[in-house]
Design a protein around this ligand. Structure first.
Ligand SMILES: [Zn+2]
Length: 239
């Protein structure tokens, strides 16, 4: 039995047994007539056997980077080429990102990409970029909910409220998210850490509820007529 392939899973942030879903080895060499260099890059698409996250694994070596040793018995010299391993995405240390953000990739890849960048900016305290990203994520979520993309974002927040997706308090904070993103984009305004935390937490709750759990509507407002109970289906009699 071959030994299980192990790699550092970016989501578990630890070494895990992984399933290899695809791979190829790419040897390379460069020769300018005087100097010769060669190496190899091994590419793998792997899936963590624990959390099932799929990620890219690259292992490479080249002949400029080598270690020399002598065999303890025969005294022969042994040259080894240490491999450099990289995985993408790289594991996130002390990430603020809630775990469910991973699952958004399967629901709305575009929203996942936006949120991914928001957390990257957040982690390095780039609050201007992160605020613009929050606004973009909010906008994308309204699109996901089929709010008319032609409206201003402020108007979209109002529609979320009118359509019962959010309550008054959430609408007020999401309006600030829209406004903060706008101020950051056009006037270079940057919230402090505490303010940003409040904004992102509200947006997280909203996105989690309407996108991840799919519980789109909090409550139906008066503007939406209540559904009439459907008439019970009559069983179809065989003819
Ligand atoms: Zn994992």
């Amino acid at each position: 039995m071959t030994e299980a392939f192990r790699a550092h899973c970016p989501r578990c942030d630890d070494e895990r047994v992984c399933i290899i879903r695809g791979e190829f080895d790419q040897p390379w060499s460069v020769d300018d007539g005087r100097n010769h260099m060669e190496g190899e890059i091994d590419h793998k698409l792997v899936q963590c056997a624990g959390c099932e996250t799929v990620f890219y694994y690259k292992s490479s070596w080249d002949d400029q980077d080598w270690d020399g040793e002598y065999h303890p018995v025969t005294g022969e010299s042994i040259i080894t080429f240490p491999r450099t391993v990289e995985t993408y995405p790289s594991p996130e240390k002390k990430s603020q990102k809630p775990d469910w953000v991973w699952s958004i990739g399967q629901i709305d890849p575009q929203l996942h990409t936006i949120l991914y960048e928001v957390y990257q900016a957040y982690e390095i305290e780039s609050f201007i970029l992160a605020s613009v990203g929050l606004r973009t994520a909010l906008d994308r979520t309204t699109e996901f909910l089929n709010i008319d993309p032609g409206h201003s974002l402020e108007r979209k927040v109002k529609e979320l409220l009118d359509n019962g997706f959010i309550g008054e308090t959430e609408a007020a904070t999401l309006a600030i998210v829209a406004d903060a993103g706008n101020a950051a984009a056009h006037r270079g305004w940057a919230p402090d850490r505490e303010t940003f935390k409040t904004l992102i937490t509200t947006l997280e709750h909203f996105i989690y509820r309407v996108v991840v759990t799919g519980k789109a509507a909090l409550k139906l407002t008066k503007s939406i007529p209540a559904r009439q109970p459907r008439p019970k289906k009559q069983p179809i009699q065989p003819t």
